[in-house]
Write a protein that binds this ligand. Structure first.
Ligand SMILES: [Zn+2]
Length: 232
């Protein structure tokens, strides 16, 4: 029966899948991925913090300059109060003084906020920077262990791939292509036994046509999930 070779192929394919997933789910792989993500994230955060610190530095400089200019103006206006020649001028100077006092208070507030944010960034920055070297060392260690694990498993993987290549020669090309198409969607097993009158994979009812094919050629292809259905 045509399906027999493909069933054998699937069995070896399953062994390969199991081996590859054991490598990918190994402690060194999982831990290495986490560390790699942490390092990438830290790098991004550090870059962002650097950028924000530059912005804040520029802002603080600007605010300080504004503050200096405004306080100088304030002294000038205060002198103007004594020199006002009439009530109108006095009122005008007093109004300007009030405005400037408000402006200065605003600058002081902005400056305090900018300095506080700068301090917060600095703390977070130092904290993160302190964690990076040890994470880098651990990452390197994990990578080395993972590479070793892959190297150790390589002969087994090669042997299985060799077996698959041999088995493939006995399988109808069209069937093989169909199998790989489904398998490419990370579906396993691709070949499932008939369950009652349903597909053993997605449980969809088989049409009369498909049942006919199943009886005639020993297998049918599920119209829903495209798995191969065979009779046990
Ligand atoms: Zn199905």
């Amino acid at each position: 029966m045509k399906i027999e070779s493909l069933l054998k192929y699937q069995e070896v394919d399953g062994q390969l899948k199991k081996l590859v997933s054991a490598i990918n789910q190994s402690e060194e792989s999982v831990k290495g991925k986490k560390l790699g993500a942490f390092l990438k994230e830290s790098e991004d955060k550090i870059k962002k913090m650097d950028k924000r610190a530059d912005e804040l530095n520029a802002l603080i400089e600007k605010l300080k300059a504004n503050y200096k200019q405004s306080t100088e103006k304030l002294v000038e206006l205060e002198e103007g109060v004594g020199q006002a020649i009439d009530k109108d001028e006095l009122n005008y100077v007093a109004k300007k003084l009030a405005e400037l006092t408000k402006t200065i208070a605003g600058i002081e507030k902005d400056l305090a906020n900018a300095i506080k944010e700068m301090g917060d960034i600095s703390t977070r920055y130092d904290d993160l920077r302190a964690k990076v070297p040890s994470a880098k060392a651990q990452y390197k260690e994990c990578r080395a262990k993972f590479d070793q694990l892959k190297k150790d498993k390589e002969p087994q993987i090669s042997a299985l791939k060799q077996q698959l290549a041999e088995l493939e020669k006995q399988i109808d090309q069209k069937m093989m292509a169909e199998y790989q198409k489904v398998r490419g969607q990370n579906i396993y097993p691709v070949l499932v036994p008939l369950a009652g009158n349903n597909c053993g994979g997605c449980r969809m009812d088989l049409s009369i046509g498909e049942i006919g094919k199943l009886n005639e050629q020993g297998y049918a292809v599920c119209e829903n999930c495209h798995r191969f259905i065979y009779k046990k």
